[in-house]
Design a protein around this ligand. Structure first.
Ligand SMILES: Nc1ncnc2c1ncn2[C@@H]1O[C@H](COP(=O)(O)OP(=O)(O)O)[C@@H](O)[C@H]1O
Ligand SMILES: [Mg+2]
Length: 231
């Protein structure tokens, strides 16, 4: 079942001499449950791609269908609600609410949507994250790796159609980076969670289902894993 379909996506910034074509006719799709990575050099257009798919930025042209629904044919308010219910975000800088504890940060997206958290789901996620004994801790009392695990829990709690992760290991050491990738991999298997993750580290793509490369705004599907595709 197709979850994401991107058709002929273009994004340009600026005008005249200062114009930058950040995305050039990008087309691809993701099936439900796929864990896909996007690699590419700094400035190649990876974040622009994720921000357009997450409706945090507006494409210049092209179409993005999430579970068959056209993101940019919706009115802005409708799109905001759809994004809140359908997309989970994980950022390099964690972006937790510093005044809220682990458990409260995880359920935060449900509260924003006036939904009541199911305690069984919360417990299951805390267990998956290995954070049961840290549930009352504030972000400032956690390591970077633990904070990113909370952010993963916050992305999973709504069971979104799609999780978008922009360099989720960018602020972590290699051991915590591997843990975060392992966690995303098990979430994708356990919940058939579709994930699109940017990473500049090819070594972290070994367990993903598919790798895309962005180079100067052009997206190429490298298939199974980066290493396979290179050999
Ligand atoms: N808001 C913006 N205004 C102007 N140019 C931008 C903006 N965001 C990104 N760019 C440009 O678009 C290109 C792609 O950027 P980005 O998507 O952030 O790359 P990456 O995430 O791969 O490092 C770069 O040349 C960058 O300078
Ligand atoms: Mg980026």
């Amino acid at each position: 079942m197709e979850i994401l379909n991107v058709q002929d996506l273009c994004k340009s910034y600026g005008k005249g001499e200062a114009k930058v074509d950040a995305l050039k006719h990008v087309s691809f799709s993701l099936e439900k449950g796929e864990f896909a990575a996007v690699i590419g050099e700094s400035g190649s257009g990876k974040t622009t791609l994720l921000n357009c798919i997450g409706a945090l930025d507006t494409p210049t042209s092209g179409q993005i269908l999430l579970d068959g629904q056209d993101l940019f044919s919706m009115k802005e308010e409708e799109r905001t609600i759809f994004r809140r219910r359908s997309i989970g975000f994980i950022f390099q800088s964690f972006q937790l609410v510093s005044e809220l504890n682990v458990e409260q940060n995880i359920i935060f997206p449900l509260l924003l949507d006036y939904r009541r958290p199911n305690q069984t789901d919360v417990e299951e996620i805390l267990e998956l994250l290995g954070l049961q004994d840290r549930r009352k801790h504030l972000p400032g009392q956690l390591s970077g790796g633990q904070q990113q695990r909370v952010a993963i829990g916050r992305a999973l709690i709504t069971r979104p159609r799609l999780i978008l992760a922009d360099e989720p290991t960018g602020n972590l050491d290699s051991r915590n980076s591997r843990d975060v990738i392992a966690l995303l991999t098990s979430a994708s298997r356990r919940y058939r969670q579709t994930i699109l993750m940017i990473t500049h580290n090819r070594n972290l793509t070994a367990s993903v289902d598919r790798v895309f490369q962005v180079s100067d705004g052009i997206l190429t599907d490298l298939g199974g894993t980066a290493d396979e595709a290179l050999s």
